[in-house]
Design a protein around this ligand. Structure first.
Ligand code: B12
Ligand code: SF4
Ligand code: SF4
Length: 372
């Protein structure tokens, strides 16, 4: 058996669903696009993308001795169509990837086992990367033959559709590369057309600042007014462009227990989530990727969804958040209340006079239609 065959067999035995090998190189076109993305500010507040840009765009800067990248992928395919969840307006839609354990933990554990085995049995140097590391994972996965970057920019696989997590072992071994996968999008543009916030300036490019995934997970301040209605009931991430892809007809539901959705993260009641304080938030989301946003940003998202719910029974819940200690939460509660009931908004309008935070005062002015 060659080293490559042994490595792939070991990765599959560890529980990965697909594995491929690429040279430790990123192409000039991909580098140019990364430069344009960061240079044009399309990464928004994700300053960590610009911070290590030289390493991210070039594996030779990240680790000059690296020769090959073993790209490993794990299937997190849902058992149902996530687009159906968008109809349940009194409940929150959580992106499929975040409905159970944080995938970073599981992938990293498996990648480290694979790396230890390569080091001890094949005598090579190794380094493990997943998601948060400064690595361009999708172009590497495409070069390793696992899939291609679709027009929504994510990796699509003929066997698993849109639903693969990616992770890599970089090594000093000079391994024969697999054939890169070719683009199978053809004339299709379903992912581009379904995007609720028109986040794709052109096919294959994304302006993160307009993407609901970015707005609900990465963006720290208040969410720009122009995107609030379009968010609907999406409270953490977004799957629309992934879910609509026709290649999902070949996808299968994940068998990995850590990725099978938790019942309480499958369409949770918005009214319950809006009442979470810091301690309750941390307990509810222990081990989940959702803990990343912290309580205030999460409740901000929930209040926008409540504002979009059309559910007048939520007025009392939203009114309670007008007294929240967080200005971020107070401000968005005003917007949500204005959407649900102008009577309730005006009943509370006197609060605008005693508000000390500038941003919250601006929300009051916006809601009351006062341009001053
Ligand atoms: C930053 C980031 C985000 C940002 C920006 C997303 C983006 N598309 O860049 C935000 C917060 C919006 C985000 C959202 C999501 N993310 Co994210 N994210 C990342 C991260 C950390 C870096 C991605 C990156 O480098 N972006 C910069 C841009 C410039 O790179 P790019 O998308 O590859 O751009 C390429 C194309 O534009 C292409 N290109 C340009 N012009 C042309 C023309 C043609 C013809 C072609 C073919 C190509 C092409 O060239 C560029 C370079 O390859 C990666 C992890 C990692 N370290 O790679 C995860 C990662 C991409 N995310 C992931 C996931 C799951 C998601 C979400 C689905 C989560 C959710 N459900 O909410 C959404 C999907 C949104 C979407 N449509 O992309 C997975 C994707 C797995 C997969 N199968 O592809 C990754 C790989 C994490 C992981 N380890 O599994 N994410
Ligand atoms: S994740 Fe949602 S908002 Fe972001 S690009 Fe895809 S469809 Fe648009
Ligand atoms: S929806 Fe269509 S265009 Fe978008 S990634 Fe899938 S095949 Fe490509």
């Amino acid at each position: 058996m060659t080293f490559s065959t042994q490595i792939k067999a070991e990765a599959l035995a560890l529980g990965f669903d697909a594995v491929g090998i690429a040279p430790a190189v990123i192409g000039g076109r991909e580098q140019a696009r990364m430069d344009a993305f960061v240079g044009g500010g399309e990464h928004g507040e994700m300053a960590w993308m610009a911070d290590k840009l030289d390493r991210r765009r070039d594996p030779a800067v990240l680790w000059p001795e690296a020769r090959s990248v073993i790209v490993c992928a794990a299937n997190y395919g849902p058992a149902h169509d996530p687009l159906d969840d968008l109809e349940r307006r009194d409940r929150g839609a959580v992106a499929v990837y975040a409905r159970n354990k944080d995938y970073h933990d599981l992938l990293k554990k498996r990648l480290k086992r694979l790396a230890r085995w390569i080091h001890s049995d094949l005598g090579a140097e190794v380094k493990v990367f997943v998601d948060t590391a400064p690595v361009m994972e999708k172009p590497l996965a495409a070069r390793a033959g696992i899939g291609w970057q679709g027009k929504h920019t994510n990796l699509v696989s003929r066997g698993f559709g849109s639903w693969l997590f990616l992770g890599e072992v970089f090594t000093t071994l000079e391994l024969p590369a697999d054939a890169a996968e070719v683009d199978h999008c053809g004339t299709c543009r379903q992912c581009l057309d379904i995007c609720p916030t028109a986040a794709f300036p052109t096919p294959y490019t994304l302006d993160a600042r307009r993407c609901i995934s970015y707005l609900t997970i990465e963006h720290k301040g208040s969410i720009p007014v122009e995107f609030r209605v379009a968010m609907g009931n999406r409270i953490y991430g977004c799957d629309d462009c992934l879910a609509v892809c026709p290649w999902n007809k070949f996808a299968t539901a994940t068998q990995e227990l850590a990725f099978v959705p938790r019942d309480d993260l499958t369409l949770p009641l918005l009214a319950d989530l809006a009442e979470l304080d810091d301690a309750a938030f941390r307990a509810y989301f222990a081990g989940s990727p959702i803990k990343r946003t912290g309580r205030d940003r999460f409740v901000r998202n929930v209040l926008i969804a409540l504002g979009n719910s059309g559910d007048s029974s939520a007025v009392a819940v939203v009114e309670r958040r007008l007294d929240d200690a967080s200005p971020l939460v107070r401000g968005i509660a005003i917007w949500a209340l204005a959407r649900l009931s102008s009577g309730a908004l005006h009943r509370n309008a006197a609060r605008a006079d005693s508000e000390t935070d500038d941003d919250v005062r601006a929300e009051w002015r916006l809601a009351l239609g006062d341009p001053a």
